[in-house]
Write a protein that binds this ligand. Structure first.
Ligand code: GLP
Length: 241
């Protein structure tokens, strides 16, 4: 695993954006696997800034997102589709028909998951997968457990995840407790992975990811088995590694 340690969150965001920009410039029709959450917000702001300055062209880029809350409509302000529109898609020249996020309102969860997996394979897989990491080591919404879920699936959120994400909702009661997520197998099929981690509160888990055993109890630990992973983390996140 290649590791970039940056002084702070802003420098981390610039570094991730520059790696993604290099990907888009070298392969304009790249398939980017994208992530939500507070971690990549600064990265998306950088990409939008460089687009505004005429340095980037998203017209041929395709994107597939990691996950979506079950039960949320695309226009719901807490849906990950809405997040992506607000933070990136509505701010650059990407063709929205080439942006994919699981449908939180799907009638048939299993069919949704099977179709999403097929869609990704049909696109030729992700050239790059951007990943944040939950406080408990989750990637996408692959929560700690007894095994690594392979394909796209519906997941019940871990209490630690509900705790971390409830701040975005009016109350914990209205926050969905289930979500759709790419599986670990789906993520591992990406040609390249950028793992992005910020903040001291994730330092202990990141230390376990880097130095502990590969275990489904810490889903991100599987990334050590991927041949092309780059970790971009700020000094606070790496303070226990
Ligand atoms: C969320 C998302 C993940 C994200 C992670 C970290 O719940 N499902 O894709 O990477 O948890 O979120 P944050 O960056 O806000 O800490």
């Amino acid at each position: 695993m290649k590791i970039y340690k940056t002084e702070n969150y802003d420098k981390m965001s610039e570094k991730v954006a520059s790696l993604l920009a290099a990907q888009i410039i070298s392969k304009p029709d790249s398939v980017l696997g994208l992530a939500t959450g507070s971690t990549p917000e600064g990265t998306y702001d950088c990409l939008v800034d460089w687009y505004d300055r005429g340095l980037l062209d998203f017209s041929e880029v395709k994107t597939v997102n990691l996950d979506e809350y079950k039960g949320l409509a695309p226009e719901d302000h807490n849906s990950y589709r809405y997040f992506m529109d607000q933070h990136l898609f509505d701010r650059v020249n990407i063709d929205k028909n080439n942006t994919y996020v699981p449908d939180g309102l799907a009638d048939d969860p299993q069919k949704l998951c099977d179709d999403y997996e097929k869609l990704i394979d049909g696109l030729g897989g992700m050239d790059v997968q951007l990943l944040g990491m939950g406080h408990n080591g989750h990637i996408g919404f692959n929560e700690p457990g007894g095994e690594f879920p392979m394909a796209c699936h519906c997941v019940s959120l871990a209490p630690r995840t509900v705790e971390a994400n409830k701040k975005y909702f009016a109350s914990e009661d209205v926050m969905p407790k289930q979500a759709y997520s790419m599986g670990i197998g789906t993520i591992m099929k990406a040609k390249k992975i950028f793992l992005v981690v910020s903040g001291e509160e994730k330092a202990e888990t990141l230390g376990k990811v880097l130095h502990g055993p590969v275990t489904p109890e810490i889903p991100a630990s599987i990334l050590k088995f991927h041949p092309d992973v780059t970790l971009i983390a700020d000094a606070a996140a790496l303070s226990k590694s």
